[in-house]
Design a protein around this ligand. Sequence first.
Ligand code: NAD
Ligand code: UFG
Length: 675
Amino acid sequence: MYILVTGGAGYIGSHTVVELINHGYKVVIADNLYNSSFDAVARIEFIVKQHVPFFNVDIRDKEQLSKIFETYEISSVIHFAALKAVGESTKIPLKYYDNNVNGTIKLLEVMDQYNVKNIVFSSSATVYGDVTRFGDNSMIPIPEHCPNDPTNPYGKTKYVIENILHDVYNSDNKWKTAILRYFNPIGAHPSGLIGEDPLGIPQNLLPYLAQVAIGRRDKLSIFGNDYNSHDGTPIRDYIHVIDLAKGHIAALEYLHNLQNDQGLFREWNLGSGKGSTVFDVYHAFCKVVGRELPHEVVGRRDGDVLDLTANPKRANEELKWKTHLTIDDACKDLWKWTVDNPSGYNIDNYSWKALSANDLSNRSHTIKVDDTFKVSIMNLGATIQNVTYKDAPVALGFVTEQEYKNQSFYIGATVGRYANRISEAEKLKLSVNENGNTLHGGKFGFDKKDFLGPVVKRNKKENSTTLEFYLLDPHLENGFPGDLGTLVKYTIASGSIEIEYESELLGKADETFLNLTNHSYWNISTGSSIDGTKIKMATNKALEVDSKSLLPTGKIVDREVTGFAKGSAGIDTCFVLEQQSVQSVDTRSNELQTVLEATHPDSKVKLVVQTTEPSFQLYTADHLDVPGKFGPRGGFCVESGRYIDAINQESWKKSVILPKGETYGSKTKYAFESV
Ligand code: NAD
Ligand code: UFG
């Protein structure tokens, strides 16, 4: 059974989805991305290390909404989807009523149709209105029985929806309804991967202050210091978004624990019970940032009230929920999110497109570094799909996902769990090919897998962009032991792509073995063949292989390559850099060493390959054959990695065995320049 989370790509929704999954729930997200980005969903998946079904639907579209209920068995709905800007709601009230109220009615109709009658609804402290109207402080901190009197259209939509939910419950006592009235949610996920990403000028205190701290805004305006508080600024009940997310789990569990036929309509305040002033929060955030942030006290903001502090006793007692995190925690997490993502999910020079209409989890991601260099990478196989240098393609790639699925040449793909050949694969209980070997990880290798992510980040100082993909390859996939987690990180800078691999054994075995590489076919000529490419190598030492089995004999021999002349014999050879140890499973502490330079006299383009790895397979693709697309000698591969079949050679073995608790790693860089 799944929990449907409407608005699950948004600020509070995304954090709640993570908590739900961490608590063992299965989740489907429905969001029209009106105020959010699919990157938030990709990052949720990255945090929880699993795919989360996502539907790009407007909740007012009953037909689309029904498809979710048809596809997944939904037990309960957590309903976040709404427009939420107080100021904006006074300008376009009809849009607010239509989206929030009408959207909820449609959702309830579909739920009713599919007999799903558990709902947790995102309400707001704003339904209480100005509680100082009672004069005698009898309603501060605010209890749930405080009379409602919202003062703006946004708040009124919440008030109306609460009433609709109440009427629905009154009409059919099987409905189990939890109304959660949030106070002021702040902070971000401690990983720095998800957080609040307001469109335009932030209206709320902390998002605004964070943008001042990162240099996007000049100074914070403090709206009035003449209130009746210890420093004259208004009091709010700020709550860490992770605590708030956990409140939803508590409410959901409360509903699930009710007898089957026992309905419920009940409101709970989610707040800490502790009020803080604007200056309290300002100082807490400045402390985390490490400096005083520019600010100015200005006049009061229309509609602001002195004190909105929750009385959370009901949630504490009934839901067994209370806040654990502090304003300092929230400031720390918000600052990490801001530093790691100075423009939120929006990354300069990055764009993506979906490769299939209904599934955004497999996309093609393009980084256009500058006018000379553009790279596209897709989720399938964390594959390098396109590289253009000075408007000319320099790597082979296809357009559609199907083209990748139809071929067996590993074009641009990440190769794993074990690049190159493993002899006597049967003995190792691996899936075996017709020669009795395992090649490039077997039938369901990494090249066939949808990687999660990417997490895309911009490093302004270095003028580079990183894309991180993640794959959890299960125990015994293709026969390889252990659950293996692999991070593939691409750093794209002007003219260069650096690839970093990092793997960890996550369980079900004490050790495993692996060897990762990238299988791009480079072509820096002006035509469809690599003929004429000149090569300069850092080594002429190569592994001798048996001509039949293509497996190493254990001997190292001399082999000289200076280029791919027309009509010359093909090359498929593992060259070794004897100065690099073959004892290390993580080579990332090695310097990146230049191992090969390729130039073509017609294009005057040079490719420089550097790696921390002890060897690389140079392959001239003499067997490449994709009719109508690519033929023999259409590209060449420089596959950095560990020695071929190292797992079966006593003296090389250590470099491919990954014990639990250790990390596998490597780095390789491909750089283009004009000569
Ligand atoms: P958010 O804007 O980040 O998230 C709302 C999500 O709903 C967005 O991803 C948006 O794209 C989606 N959405 C909006 N209309 C939709 C529609 N018609 N169909 C499908 N998706 C739609 O906001 P948030 O801060 O995460 O707020 C979540 C909920 O909590 C909202 O209901 C909001 O009113 C409520 N709330 C928020 C706060 C706060 O301070 N953030 C306080 C109290 C209550
Ligand atoms: N503030 C400033 N400067 C700013 C922004 C805010 O001084 O630039 C002050 C406000 O005057 C207020 C406090 O910071 O005293 C908090 O303001 P926010 O706008 O962050 O939050 P509000 O309490 O006004 O409203 C928020 C949500 C509402 C929700 C309410 C529930 O925006 O949707 O919390 O308590 F209903």
